[in-house]
Design a protein around this ligand. Structure first.
Ligand SMILES: COc1cccc(CC(=N)NC(=O)c2cccnc2OC2CCNCC2)c1
Length: 389
């Protein structure tokens, strides 16, 4: 398939697949900062660049409205991601963030926001090398402006602004195959509210299954079962950082989180991120951790329901509590908080609990990409220790 734009970019090309003579590492060397293009790329004449200050209630709302109406839908166009404003502020303002990497496109005359793309800085380890990268996300072009080739110029502009901060690599995910996935993950769903999921067409009643039998199949206890299971609190940051850093060592690609990162990315925030840990009642040692983020989806065209309340598995660590028991407690808490479904990718050790905890395979895949960084091989999803929002 022709990838006119991606064939011009420093990314693994399909023709290079299997050529194991190519070394792991950057594809192109950094450019001297004086040679980085200082002025923004040209947009079609009726549009202009804008920087979206997510601290501004008004701009944050404009971004929220654009994404709510124009962001990613499932393959059958029945659902559309509906990131909340609080979530967007959290996702886009981690330690060291750059406002200039929150890029919008406006119509010059009306000033209407019609496109968006973002980057946030992240230290990501690839095998034994920690690389400063930009995590690129929320690329969105208004439905009415599709196929005007806006996305390539937006990707070039965010790349230019990342280069200006002397960062030369990036990580991103997509539901489509581009040159060339560093890994491809299968996503899985665990029903928490099967009646609603069937009513809205997210799930179908199994063959030879009645609704009451289905409700019983997915029923969960009212309370968590692990002694010492509790919400993460600020004073837990150092211990959770140690636990998570040690656990992530086993994966070929993983974030290199320090305490500042853990404080931002993993401390609970109502309606955004939930995280729990197991503190041994005997030793008070923190032995396990689980977390999930809140990403609702708009339900397109259903009379009775407008929103699908979905939890997405984030980072989980098990050293004493069996991962299956830990994740079942996460399901129990998600059900207590009235989530309809709990989603997970088959990354890290997730494969070990998916089937047993009654997750069903989703109808699509999520591809992971690195920009300007070649890996020796395509990674198995279980070698991935990175979850993007
Ligand atoms: C249920 O509502 C949906 C609304 C839009 C798209 C999809 C299907 C889909 N594309 N799902 C995922 O990409 C996905 C499935 C499981 C876990 N994480 C995921 O994506 C995350 C990570 C990448 N950025 C979007 C959120 C579902």
């Amino acid at each position: 398939k022709r990838h006119k734009f991606w064939e011009t970019q420093p990314v693994g090309q399909f023709k290079d697949l299997g050529d194991s003579s190519l070394p792991e590492g950057p594809i192109e060397p950094p450019t001297p900062l004086s040679e980085v293009k200082q002025e923004p790329y040209n947009l079609p004449s009726q549009y202009e660049w804008t920087t979206c200050d997510m601290d501004s209630e008004e701009m944050c709302n404009e971004v929220y409205v654009l994404l709510t109406n124009n962001y990613v839908e499932d393959d059958e166009n029945m659902f559309r991601f509906n990131y909340s404003k609080e979530f967007l502020r959290w996702a886009l303002r981690p330690p060291g963030f750059y406002r200039s990497w929150h890029i919008g496109v406006r119509v010059k005359t009306s000033k209407k926001l019609v496109a968006f793309i973002t980057g946030v800085p992240a230290r990501i380890r690839v095998r034994d090398t920690v690389v400063m990268m930009a995590e690129i996300n929320f690329l969105c072009v208004h439905k009415k402006l599709r196929s005007k080739r806006l996305a390539p110029v937006m990707i070039k502009e965010v790349t230019r602004r990342v280069h200006m901060e002397n960062i030369w690599q990036a990580a991103y995910t997509a539901g489509v195959v581009l040159p060339t996935p560093v890994s491809t993950c299968q996503y899985w769903h665990r029903s928490l509210n099967p009646k609603k999921l069937i009513d809205v067409g997210f799930s179908r009643l199994g063959a030879r299954m009645t609704m009451s039998r289905t409700i019983k199949l997915y029923k969960l206890p009212d309370q968590t079962v692990t002694p010492g299971f509790r919400k993460m609190e600020p004073h837990d940051v150092p211990a959770v950082t140690r636990l998570l850093r040690n656990y992530l060592k086993q994966f070929l690609v993983a974030p290199d989180f320090d305490e500042n990162d853990v404080e931002h990315w993993l401390l609970p925030k109502e309606g955004v991120i939930d995280s729990y840990l197991v503190e041994s009642p005997q030793t008070h040692e923190i032995t396990d951790f689980c977390s999930f983020y809140t990403l609702p989806s708009s339900i397109l065209g259903n009379q009775n329901h407008t929103t699908l309340k979905a939890a997405y598995s984030y980072y989980n660590v098990s050293t004493k509590t069996p991962l299956i028991q830990l994740m079942n407690d996460a399901l129990i808490v998600a059900k207590q908080k009235d989530f309809d479904v709990f989603n997970a990718l088959d990354v890290m050790q997730n494969d070990s609990f998916l089937k047993e905890l009654k997750f069903g395979p989703g109808d699509g895949k999520l591809h992971y990409y690195l920009y300007n960084y070649r890996t020796k091989h395509v990674l198995r999803s279980s070698e991935l220790g990175l979850v993007l929002l």
